[in-house]
Structure formats: C-alpha cells, structure tokens
Design a protein around this ligand. Sequence first.
Ligand code: IPM
Ligand code: MN
Length: 345
Amino acid sequence: SRSIDLAVIPGDGIGQEVVAQGLKVLSAVLPQDVKLETRKYDLGARRWHATGETLPDAELESLKGHDAILLGAIGDPSVPSGVLERGLLLKLRFAFDHFINLRPSKLFPNTASPLAGRPDIDFVVVREGTEGPYVGNGGSLRTGTPAEVATEVSLNTAYGVERVVRDAYERAQARPRKKLTLVHKNNVLVHAGHLWKRIFDAVGQEYPEVTTDYLHVDAATIFFVTQPERFDVIVTDNLFGDILTDLAAAVTGGIGLAASGNINPTGEFPSMFEPVHGSAPDIAGQGKADPTATVLSVALLLRHLGYAEEAARIEEAVAADLAERDGTPRTTDAIGDALAARVSG
Ligand code: IPM
Ligand code: MN
C-alpha cells in the first residue's frame, strides 16, 4: 500500500498556525489507502533560544530519511538577522541540494491583486536554489571602521546553471505556451550573465519547440506589473528569483497565496515545500494568517510525490474558496476547515 513519510518543520511565528492547516487539508485529500506519517521537528527561534542550536547534524541526518519536508516559516525578531535564515533554512536547501526553487504564480479570481481583471496570468519562476550570492562566499575587512570593505561574491558554475536551465526547458516544453524567459543582468554582471546566456542558448538547441526570450532583471520587474501575461516559465538566479517572486506574489493576489517547492529532482534528498511568505511575527498567534500559501505548497508536495490528482483537487478547492471570498475576515482555522471540507468532497 502507498504511504507518505513527511517531516514537518512548523518553525516560527505564523508557521505553526499555517502548517496545522496544511496538514489538515493533506489528511483530508488523501485516499484511505495512503498511510500518512508525520514527524515534527522543533527547529527555529524557540530551539535556538533554548539550546543555541539551529540545525544539529543528527536532525539533518534524520530529515534525510523522509519522503518530503513541509516547512512553515523561519525567522524571529528576537534572533539576530541571518542566524536562522542561514543556519536553518538555507542550510537545508544547500544540504539537500534543492537546486530548483519552484514558484508558480497564478492570478486567482477575486483576489486583492492590483492586476485584477487582467487577462489570465499563469507563470512559474524556476529560481536557482544552491548558488548565486546565497553561498556565503564573501567577507568583511576592517569591520566597523570607516575603512570597512565587504564582499558577497556570487557563485555560478556551468554545472549548476546547466541543471536549472535544463529543468526550466523541460517545464516550458510541458506547458501549452512553451515559452521560456531568462532573467539576468548581463549588461552589467558580465561574467555570470554571459555564462547564463551561453548555457541558456546552448541547451535551447535541444528544445526547438520552446520559444525563448531574455530580459534584464530591472526590465522584468516592469513587465511583471505592466505585461505579466507575457511570461510562461522564467529561469533566473537565486537572488533575482528571490526578489522577483515576492513581486510576482504581490501582483497576483498577495503573499498569502504564494507557494513554493525547494526541489531536488534527482530524488537523492527529500524536497521541501513552504509558503513564500515569512513568519509574520506581527500577527503570529492571532489566527489571522491566511494558510492558503501553505495549502498550495502541500499541492506542490503532492504533485512532486506523484499524487497529481490530489494536488489538482487542492488547487481547485483554493480557487473555489477564493472565488467566494467577500472580504469578511476568517480565521486561519476557518479557512483550513473550509479547504479541507472542499477537498474531501
Ligand atoms: C524566501 C526567503 C528566504 C530567501 C530567506 C528567509 C532566507 O526570503 O524563501 O524567499 O531569501 O530565499
Ligand atoms: Mn524571499
């Protein structure tokens, strides 16, 4: 019989609340014969305050054994900036070689998007997940003095660029519009930018059906707002992808709806699914957070594990729920209940 062995890292702030709803909907959507096992990992600000640990080796090892990871949010104002982000979230992405950071954007009906009423917006950003300026390759000299110098050197390897570009072509090829846009800044970042462009063009030879386009990242931000329908699949580096996907979320209905998957397509390590939003400490514990982004991340998780039909059911439930929203505030729990009820029939 089928089974899913899921690691759950609720993390900080609203992470706890939204993950509970994600699990609720997951249980509701799975057929009877699928055995769902979950194990919670207590990682994040609380753990760091209590023990000084961010992600102990034993836990990293144990996480490896699961089929997938569901993560809520990481980060808290009581912890110095970067400690949990680097020591936990990025450590997981790097250790599990999550080189695909998949971030779909759809303009759902009836959302508070500034683009509401525009032609259908449906694109996916394939953000590189293991390289770029995120690798921590830098340092500072004469720290704290007027003569301080700080560097943050972006790492781009042919190997790393080719594998994410190839994955993006595959995704573009599988979609009806078959269009792939590379976003970079190769008029200024000439070393990395030219590497990306050369590999993008070379791999493109193998995908003659895919239409390609190139945009500098600054121009891309304009088109995200003025002409978002021109995008189908976008491939870009780790930092550009980080920034673009917050913008994408904001223009397609809000960060409360944006889902993501940190994927290792080889299956060597478990992939990890999380809402794009953060821990929102200002509203934590109040039942105000919208769990929809986490629920949609559960759909990505299911699709990754081969449960395409269940994933689609969740996405339909979300679309139906959003369509009926009339601005009346609902609690985190109430939204989770409504979605769970919809997916179970
Ligand atoms: C995201 C977040 C992270 C990132 C932070 C919290 C490290 O902003 O998932 O987009 O920059 O990747
Ligand atoms: Mn981000």
